[in-house]
Design a protein around this ligand. Structure first.
Ligand code: RP5
Length: 163
């Protein structure tokens, strides 16, 4: 099946975080691909990937990176597809560097910025599914089912002593 979401990350070390995006996309039955594409170490590959993404059938790009996290912004500069950035928690600054370098895009080239780490990776998958929902009713239904299960899980697990 042709992937609709391209999940890219700056290093294989980002997989520990970005695997949560991939797993959530699997649960939502969203066809996707995962690749290591570095803004700094493989700039030519980044250009090839981002510039060709729409023609290959991708509809959303999720880009995870840490530190001086240029990947999401550079990818967004080379495509009209929506780009969702996931700040990976860095060792030096706990991901604040990643968050700010992804969120603080100058006006003109937006990157939808998620939370740092696992929450951001999962939410990137859910936001991708929401973007795709208008054109793909089966993804909309999978997203609705995900929400139903999440709600039921809270209701089924009260605190000890709570009715
Ligand atoms: C970034 O540098 C990557 O996104 C990664 O989060 C960070 C560290 O990369 P490695 O040194 O672990 O490859 O480009």
């Amino acid at each position: 099946m042709v992937p609709l979401v391209g999940v890219i990350m700056g290093s294989s070390s980002d997989w520990e975080t970005m695997q949560h995006c991939s797993r959530a996309l699997e649960i939502l039955m969203v066809p996707h691909e995962t690749r290591v594409v570095s803004a700094h170490r493989t700039p030519d590959l980044l250009f090839e990937y981002a510039a060709g993404a729409e023609a290959r059938g991708l509809r959303v790009i999720v880009a995870g990176a840490g530190g001086a996290a240029h990947l999401p912004g550079m990818a967004a500069a080379m495509t009209l597809l929506p780009v969702i950035g996931v700040p990976v928690r860095s060792k030096a600054l706990s991901g604040m560097d990643s968050l700010l370098s992804i969120a603080q895009m100058p006006a003109g080239v937006p990157v939808g910025t998620m939370a740092i780490g696992r929450a951001g990776a999962v939410n990137a998958a859910l936001l991708s599914a929401a973007i795709l929902s208008a054109q793909h009713p089966e993804i909309r239904e999978a997203l609705a089912e995900y929400r139903r299960k999440q709600t039921q899980n809270v209701l089924d697990n009260p605190l000890p002593g709570e009715p």
